[in-house]
Ligand binder design. Structure first.
Ligand code: G16
Length: 543
């Protein structure tokens, strides 16, 4: 089959964000746009001839079209084999699992994660290396640099591949293997958790509700929770993946997963609720009428890890992103293991896991995972929680409250202001940074500023330095406010304000986080001049 070399012009906007390149679908549909980025990946990774690649996505609008283009380009660029999830479907953690299990050169994941999909929604693409994890900053920077210079790409002219039929076919000199999207991942989950104990708990009447949000985890949840663990079929809601997620916003938080939230806070609520996002790497955990913050979830799983067969040996260490609360640090200290603080973005955990320094990782943005793959993993977190609940035979709420009583409570909340004019958002960050010189020692109500800075991180494994990772205002009593601009949005700017205080007093653990953090929230508004500068009276999302 003839390899075509197509002339193209570089785009200037292909800089990957927190997790790959995310843009509106019409941007990706422009002539040569996707092709340029894919060729930039191939040029950067320089895979040897005959190498194997994994390709899959979350099933959102444009997934299938993009996969056909990538397959034809992979064939033209000398790959020997591509493993593709059936129907083009692979959740992000399942893709990571397949890359690792079959020791492929790497993989391309098509997803804009929790961002809405559809013809006017978002699309995304990212490259993961042979450890199964997102490409490092160095590699993504090199891909971006290449994308600014590219003037040709290679593709073969061929008929589309039948993505829905399991088995092998030839595309030029390359083999395409359509693999079961779920099987390898389900097998991995079964090796980590006590399926017998979870099954017995479910058979005993423990009721769960998992919201797949019409996104990629539907087939995974059905196979694992229903077929393998015996939960009733209606335990999985919104289980059919749809290209536009049923017009929803597949972000598992209290705002966007409101259908599930109403169920677990309603009459006759199930004992356990959970949701995952567009590509299956995020999770939200709920008990009966009770929300577990992602920061607490990481700490809880760390403290209870040895209850799960895959973690019986204990943990090497824990890592959390900087804006994630320090609840996990307290557990690490008690366990006598290190806790690493990284910038936001799962890519920063990869080196730590590969070097054997950490077993569990987590982020406040509803991401939790371990070294079983190199991505955060939504269903893994759900199964871990079910394993812990089955072993402890207590409710989710009782387990969390007992944890707080032992370690103290890191009261935590994140306020998001979405879709701000970029200038206004940038202006706020400039204002905050201008205050660094004078903030320390300053008194705000009952809080005194200890330090104000812009977080930077030196990777302890490869020594690479990442600067400008979020403004921190640290107070004398250990409370803090962090400000960051999101790196995953595609429309305007999203300002995230992360608020945290520590409450050792059990008598105050029942307080609502918003009430407990009210003074810090006021300080954040004052420091940012947010209302004056944006006209916004309230956050778009509070978690
Ligand atoms: C991505 C990254 C996460 C990060 C999150 C939020 O998640 O993989 O590590 O925490 O974005 O990023 P931001 O605050 O910049 O929007 P996902 O689920 O979108 O891939």
């Amino acid at each position: 089959m003839q390899v075509q070399t197509i002339a193209t012009s570089a785009f200037t906007d292909q800089k990957p964000g927190t997790s790959g390149l995310r843009k509106r679908v019409p941007v990706f549909q422009q002539a040569h746009y996707l092709e340029n980025f894919v060729q930039s990946i191939f040029d950067t990774i320089a895979a040897p001839a005959g190498a194997t690649l994994v390709v899959g996505g979350d099933g959102r609008y444009y997934n299938r079209e993009a996969i056909q283009i990538i397959l034809k380009m992979a064939a033209a660029n000398g790959f020997g084999r591509v493993l593709v999830g059936q129907g083009g479907i692979l959740s992000t953690p399942a893709a990571s699992c397949v890359i690792r299990k079959y020791q492929t050169f790497g993989g391309i994941i098509l997803s804009a994660s929790h961002n809405p999909g559809g013809p006017e929604g978002d699309f995304g693409i990212k490259y993961n290396g042979n450890n199964g994890g997102p490409a490092t900053e160095t590699v993504t920077e090199a891909i971006f640099a290449r994308s600014k210079q590219i003037d040709t790409y290679r593709i073969i002219e061929a008929a589309d591949v039948a993505l829905d039929t399991l088995g092998e076919s030839q595309l030029g000199g390359m083999t395409v293997s359509i693999i079961d999207s779920v099987a390898d991942y389900a097998e991995l989950m079964e090796s980590l958790f006590d399926f017998d104990a979870i099954q017995a708990m479910l058979a005993g009447g423990f009721r769960i509700k998992f919201d797949a949000m019409h996104a990629v985890t539907g087939p995974y949840a059905r196979e694992i929770l229903v077929n393998r663990l015996g939960a009733p079929a209606d335990s999985v809601m919104n289980a059919v993946p749809l290209p536009d997620f049923g017009n929803g916003h597949p972000d598992p938080n209290l705002t966007y997963a409101h259908e599930l939230v109403e169920i677990v806070y309603g009459d006759n609520a199930p004992d356990f609720g959970a949701a995952s996002d567009g590509d299956g790497d995020r999770n939200m955990i709920l008990g009966k009428g009770f929300f577990v913050t992602p920061s607490d979830s990481l700490a809880l799983l760390a403290a209870n890890a040895t209850l799960a067969p895959g973690y019986r040996q204990g943990l090497a260490g824990i890592a959390r992103s900087m804006p994630t609360s320090a609840a996990a640090d307290r557990v690490a200290e008690a366990l006598g293991i290190p806790c690493y603080e990284t910038p936001t973005g799962w890519k920063f955990f990869g080196n730590l896991m590969d070097a054997g320094k950490v077993t569990l990782c987590g982020e406040e943005s509803f991401g939790t995972g371990s070294n079983h793959v190199r991505e955060k993993d939504g269903l893994w977190a759900v199964l871990f929680w079910l394993n812990v609940v089955a072993a402890r035979k207590q409710s989710v709420e009782a387990i969390v409250r007992e944890h707080w009583a032992k370690f103290g409570r890191n009261v935590y909340s994140r306020h998001d202001y979405e879709g701000l004019p970029t200038d206004a958002a940038n202006g706020i960050m400039v204002l905050l940074k201008a205050g660094f010189a004078t903030l320390s020692g300053k008194q705000f109500g009952s809080y005194t500023v200890k330090l104000a800075d812009d977080f930077s991180y030196t990777d302890p494994v490869d020594g690479s330095v990442s600067t400008g990772q979020g403004v921190r205002i640290l107070f004398e009593d250990g409370s803090r406010i962090v400000f960051r601009l999101s790196g995953t949005g595609t429309e305007g700017a999203t300002l995230r304000i992360y608020l945290e205080s520590f409450e050792p007093d059990v008598g105050k653990h029942h307080l609502d986080a918003q009430d407990a953090l009210a003074e810090l929230i006021g300080i954040a508004l004052q420091l940012t001049e947010l209302r004056q500068r944006t006209g916004r009276e309230a956050p778009t999302v509070i978690t």
